[in-house]
Design a protein around this ligand. Structure first.
Ligand code: UD1
Ligand code: CA
Length: 462
């Protein structure tokens, strides 16, 4: 389908969403509506894509970035007018032009491919997808003649009662022949109930022109559901979420509660991993085989290796290598990089820090902007003081170190291999290999002090 041009209509406001965010940017399983359409186009092999933007065009462009062209429709005068605004893209196209709305996230690549193939094989001017709904309210109705040929589409607002009873509807998924589209588009008028230029009017114009239209009725109406309000958005989210879960289930992942697990479309999970309830895994995340994630965990854009355990924890742009564990209540922030068999326990926050293999950081600790070697033990309550209010500094801890509880490591500071930090130390100077650093007030015991004090207090109160 190398010659196919796709025009995605995404200029409408989406009034019924009641939102400041342009409709096509509302997410389904974490991915904006219009991006779902673009993903399917990519999968179908359509590389030439023009998105027509209008309402919130800046934001839409920003989110979609490079890789697609944009056309601007500054005033929304209808779907045919939107296509006219993509005139530049259309001008040099030959062959098939696929036109889709940006608010149909569930449309599959397979259906797009089929529609294009159908138009090309039957040398038609238009291949039109249709589907049936028990309640067709709101959709354009498909008009067929006695022989079953598609002869027109009438919008809900322009339809007679008899036409409104038709249950075959227009999902707004079209494949036109480029030249015919260019030729007939200027002839679309706006003499209708909404005073808009309707793209479906091309059906009638092609028929009048003696052209050929083929209809492709889809047996899978879910695919065509357009999103107009938040409830439809919620329903689409549910359908897509379950579809993704099912793929993981079929690929050998155990899902312990399909009602409360969300997995994004770009997440990879190895065989024999187990996902516990209330867990969200999103962005570009991969999980190795035999790992267990959750319950109550959130992972985004992270790489979790095989045989890892993430227990009630939060990972964002973090890495965990084979056999490492974290949680409960660990917070692995961007740049946290746990090597093999690392153990991170409760209330531990790690940011921009490589933690060498076999190291334990078991309780109540902040490690930020650091490099920690292998087989070291970081005691409860250790804090790397990485920030002075202006700049960030590095803490380096070597292999086989023991950092006693409640130590404060004031960066920049280096603790060399095999050294020991006494509990409660404030460390401001480098510690050489093999040394013990102790930086705290000396303990003094005042003999019988408390006994005497208590005796005095007791006599005063009598
Ligand atoms: C359209 C079809 C209708 C079909 C329905 C399926 C028309 C006239 N009617 O109706 O037959 O059953 O889709 O959902 O086409 N858009 C623009 N610029 C505009 C107007 C719309 O870019 O000036 C975009 C919208 O952002 C949206 C898409 O086109 O993505 C469809 O527009 P919408 O207003 O939702 O059309 P419907 O009334 O639903
Ligand atoms: Ca619509």
């Amino acid at each position: 389908m190398s010659e196919t041009l796709a025009i995605v209509l995404a200029a409408g406001q989406g009034t019924r969403m009641k939102s400041d965010l342009p409709k096509v940017l509302h997410p389904v399983v974490g991915v904006p509506l219009v991006s779902w359409v673009l993903r399917s186009l990519g999968e179908a092999g359509v590389t030439d894509v023009c998105v027509v933007v209008g309402h919130g065009s800046e934001k839409v462009r920003e989110i979609l970035g490079d890789g697609v062209r944009f056309a601007v429709q500054s005033e929304q005068k209808g779907t045919a007018h939107a296509v006219m605004c993509a005139g530049d893209a259309l001008a040099d196209s030959e062959g098939s032009v696929l036109i889709l709305a940006g608010d149909v996230p569930m449309l599959c690549a397979e259906t797009m491919r089929k529609l294009v193939a159908m138009r090309e094989e039957s040398v038609a001017d238009l291949a039109l997808a249709t589907f049936r709904l028990t309640d067709p309210t709101g959709y354009g109705r498909i008009l067929r003649d006695d022989l079953g040929n598609v002869v027109g589409i009438v919008e809900q607002k322009d339809a007679t009662d008899e036409q409104r009873a038709i249950t075959e509807v227009n999902p707004a998924v079209y494949c036109f022949e480029a030249k015919k589209l260019r030729e007939l588009l200027p002839r679309v008028g706006n003499d209708n109930a909404q005073g808009e230029y309707y793209l479906p009017d091309l059906v009638k114009l092609i028929v009048e022109d003696g052209g050929k239209i083929v209809g492709m009725e889809s047996p899978n109406p879910d695919e065509f559901l357009g999103i107009n309000d938040r409830w439809q958005l919620a329903e689409a989210n549910e359908i897509m979420r379950r579809k993704i879960l099912r793929q993981h289930g079929e690929a050998g992942v155990t899902l312990l509660d399909i009602n409360s697990i969300t997995i994004g479309p770009d997440v990879e999970i190895g065989q024999d991993s187990v996902i516990h309830p209330n867990t969200v895994i999103e962005g570009k995340t991969s999980i190795g085989y035999g790992s267990a994630i959750g319950p109550n965990s959130w992972i985004k854009d992270s790489v979790v290796g095989p045989r890892c355990r993430v227990f009630m924890s939060h990972l964002d742009q973090a890495k965990m290598a084979e056999g490492s564990r974290c949680g409960p209540f660990a917070n692995l922030r961007p740049g946290a990089d746990l090597q093999e068999e690392v153990k991170v326990g409760n209330f531990v926050e790690i940011k921009n820090a490589v933690i060498g293999s076999g190291t334990s950081i078991s309780h109540l600790t902040y490690i930020g902007d650091a490099r920690v070697g292998s087989r070291s033990n970081i005691g409860a309550g250790t804090i790397t003081c990485n920030y002075d209010g202006f700049d960030k500094f590095m803490t380096e801890i070597g292999d086989d170190c023991f950092v006693g509880s409640n130590s404060t490591l004031v960066a920049p500071v280096k603790i060399e291999d095999g050294s020991f930090i006494a509990a409660g130390s404030v460390v401001t100077r480098d510690v050489p290999s093999g040394a013990m650093a102790i930086g705290r007030g000396k303990q003094e015991n005042k003999e019988q002090w408390y006994t005497a004090w208590r005796a005095r207090k007791t006599s005063e109160k009598q």
